[in-house]
Design a protein around this ligand. Structure first.
Ligand code: DGP
Length: 110
C-alpha cells in the first residue's frame, strides 16, 4: 500500500481533477510544469513492470481518459511519463502516468 491508496480512499486530501470507478487523476504535490497531474488506476499495480494481461482493459481505460483529462486541463500539447523502477526516478510504487504541460518541454529528458 502506498500514499496513493490513501488518496484513493480519501484518507489523504488531493486536488482531484477526474475520478471514475477505475481511475483517479489529481494534481502532483511537487509540480514540474505549470500543469502536472498524476493519473492512476485504483488497482494497486506497483509499476509498469507488473502490468499483466488481465490489466489490458484497465490500462487501456487510462489511456482513453488521457485526452479527456487533457482537454479538461486545457492542454493542447502535453507529455506523458511513466517512471518505472528506481533508476528511472520512480518514488511511489503505485503505477502512475504523469501528465505534464503548460510550458515548452525539453527533449531528451534527464
Ligand atoms: P515518481 O517519481 O514518478 O514516482 O512520481 C511520484 C510523484 O508523486 C511525484 O511527482 C510527487 C507525487 N507525490 C508524492 N506524494 C504525493 C502526495 O501525497 N500527494 C500528491 N498529490 N502527489 C504526491
Amino acid at each position: 500500500m502506498t500514499i496513493f491508496t490513501k488518496i484513493i480512499n480519501k484518507d489523504l486530501p488531493a486536488n482531484i481533477v477526474y475520478e471514475d470507478e477505475l481511475c483517479l487523476a489529481f494534481k502532483d504535490i511537487n509540480p514540474q510544469a505549470p500543469v502536472h497531474v498524476l493519473l492512476i488506476p485504483k488497482k494497486e499495480i506497483p509499476s509498469s513492470q507488473q502490468i499483466q494481461k488481465e490489466d489490458q482493459n484497465l490500462m487501456g481505460h487510462l489511456m482513453v481518459k488521457v485526452p479527456e483529462i487533457a482537454k479538461r486541463l486545457k492542454l493542447s500539447s502535453y507529455r506523458l511519463v511513466v517512471n518505472s523502477g528506481e533508476d528511472a526516478g520512480q518514488t511511489v510504487f503505485h503505477i502512475h502516468i504523469h501528465i505534464l504541460g503548460g510550458r515548452k518541454l525539453a527533449w531528451p529528458p534527464g
